[in-house]
Structures are given as structure tokens and as C-alpha cells.
Design a binder for this molecule. Sequence first.
Ligand SMILES: [Zn+2]
Length: 174
Amino acid sequence: MEQVLLLNITYEPLRIINWKQAVTMLTLGKVEVLEQYSREIHSVSFSIRLPSVVRLLRFVKKPRTPVKFSRQNIYIRDNYRCQYCGRKLPPDQLTWDHVKPKARGGKTEWENIVTCCMECNRRKGGRLPLEASMKLIRKPSIPKWLPALKITLGLKVMPQSWRDYLYWNIELEE
Ligand SMILES: [Zn+2]
């Protein structure tokens, strides 16, 4: 149940692991515990407080896992801004737009999809931006997110003890 934040030796957040993995790594001497939950676990040979943040004692190269292609992640990549008029809007007032229209062979992929407000979407219709005299504020690309941002995206509630290790990322987000 309790999740553990795994940090690289550099303190960079890597991923979330479960407490059993964390305890295994701990007994193998692979990690040190930085933060703990109040709950204790007992086994025949030991009893410890559950770790909440652990840090690797050896550097590991960050695994490059691609960011899932989804509507929400497109909005996040574009910072909830219409990529034509630049307005920042709540998700229910946004949609996505095929820069090169589907009917003209435009693919549904990171490099051809942008966040778009309803107005700009209507205005553009089935045309290319140039044909509609519209200009993208930024060329769409595959996001290369900081792992911390990806880590927190999937969580409903972030454990308090993680904040010190992830907060720098919250600042970057704005
Ligand atoms: Zn717009």
C-alpha cells in the first residue's frame, strides 16, 4: 500500500516503488533511507519503520520511458494554452487540433497534435495553419519531462515526506 519514492544518488527522483521493493533494496545495501512513514513493519529478524523516500547508493542511468500519448498529457505539454491564440484555459474549454488535418494525411501523434481552444479550432477547420492565417506559438514535439513531474502526475495524494524532494519541480511547472 505505502509507496516509496526512489531517488538517484544525485537526489533526482527516479520512480515510485512499493515498500517491499524498498525493503529488499535496503537489506541488499543498495539504498539508504531518507524519510520514513510512522508505520512499522515486523519480520522474524527485524522491525523497521516503513521507508517513504530512499536514495540509491550507486548512480543509475535514467531509464527513458516515453510519455504516454493522451489528451491530458498534450494539455500538460502545452501548459493548457491554445497553441494558436496563446490563451490559457481550463481543460473543459480546450480540445486538440491536428496541425496537418487528418483528411490530408496528418497523423495523430505528438508532432502533429496541439492544444487548441474551441474558437481557434472552429476557425481553423480542416485547413493548414497557413491557409487559415494562423500561426503556432510553438512547434509541437515529443515531451521530455522531468521524471518528478511524471511521478506526481499519477498520484492523487502525494505523501508529505516527498515534498522536499519534488517541490523544485512544482516551481518549474509554472
Ligand atoms: Zn485559441
